[in-house]
Design a protein around this ligand. Structure first.
Ligand code: MLT
Length: 271
């Protein structure tokens, strides 16, 4: 049976925070990809395992979360928002799970407060900073979203976010992702682009990650390929790697059942 998902809001020190939540028990914070929202975690929220509380915040500028004041810039703001949100929920620590941009934010959170990590899940993400060519692409996308809004961003990103398999065999998922992106606030998308292009290289941090870590890769992921996930996993001491067959970049949406199994097994081992 699908667990009920509640949509909640709260004013924290830094944000008007909006999030989705399901289940009760040990907390897991689910950090979403770009340019989506916490809604992308619905297949995981619906399947929350007994004894766990899944909490999926929208980042600032996405899905109803608004920063109360401009930050210093960069993904450190996004990470500090989540730390502050955890304070407001009186959560000292949690398993932190990030997919793609969510993983970039998790790296920034780890630098800010490693003791808050009861475990780490890095799905379809990478530690490296953007390359010069990548930054050029970000600038072009930032200009595009400022000029024309989120629809052309959705058109440009969909073929990279979802595998060709999912786009042809699973039109409902493709339509869902398009709707979530098109519904995003162009200002929030632009700010996230600016933050991601400034992010530092997290590779030197990997050997210092002390908590148990699950790395998830999608066999067909073109943005963060399996080989990169393997290299990242090798550098993190207490880590394991799960490769999801037939999954592209948004592996949790393309292959929810095996994603949920991998996450559930990892969480079970934390109890
Ligand atoms: C994401 O899925 O969050 C993005 O593809 C990350 C990125 O653009 O680097």
């Amino acid at each position: 049976m699908n667990a009920p998902i509640t949509e909640r809001t709260m004013r924290t020190g830094r944000c008007e925070m909006a999030w989705l939540e399901a289940g009760a028990g040990w907390p897991v914070i689910l950090l979403h990809a770009f340019p989506l929202s916490a809604d992308m975690w619905r297949p995981q929220l619906e399947a929350v395992p007994d004894g766990w509380r899944f909490i999926a915040p929208h980042f600032r500028g996405f899905g109803g979360t608004r920063a109360l004041a401009p930050g210093g810039g960069g993904l450190d703001d996004y990470a500090a928002d989540i730390g502050d949100f955890m304070d407001s929920l009186t959560l000292e620590d949690a398993v932190i799970a990030g997919l793609s941009m969510g993983g970039y934010v998790a790296f920034a959170m780890y630098r800010q407060a490693p003791a808050r990590f009861n475990g780490l899940v890095l799905a379809n993400t990478r530690p490296q900073a953007d390359t010069p060519a990548g930054r050029e692409g970000r600038r072009a996308m930032r200009d595009l979203v400022a000029r024309e809004g989120t629809a052309p961003v959705a058109a440009q990103m969909l073929p990279k976010l979802l595998s060709a398999r999912a786009r042809s065999e699973d039109p409902e998922v493709a339509e869902y992702v398009r709707r979530v992106i098109e519904g995003a606030d162009p200002a929030g998308v632009g700010a996230a682009i600016a933050a991601m292009m400034e992010r530092p290289d997290s590779t030197p941090d990997l050997p210092r990650i002390a908590c148990a870590t699950l790395v998830v890769a999608g066999e067909l992921d073109e943005i963060t390929p399996v080989a990169d996930a393997q290299a990242m996993q090798t550098a993190i001491p207490r880590s394991t790697l799960t490769i999801l067959a037939g999954a592209g970049h948004l592996s949790n949406l393309e292959r929810p059942a095996p994603f949920n199994r991998a996450l559930g097994d990892f969480l079970l081992a934390r109890l």
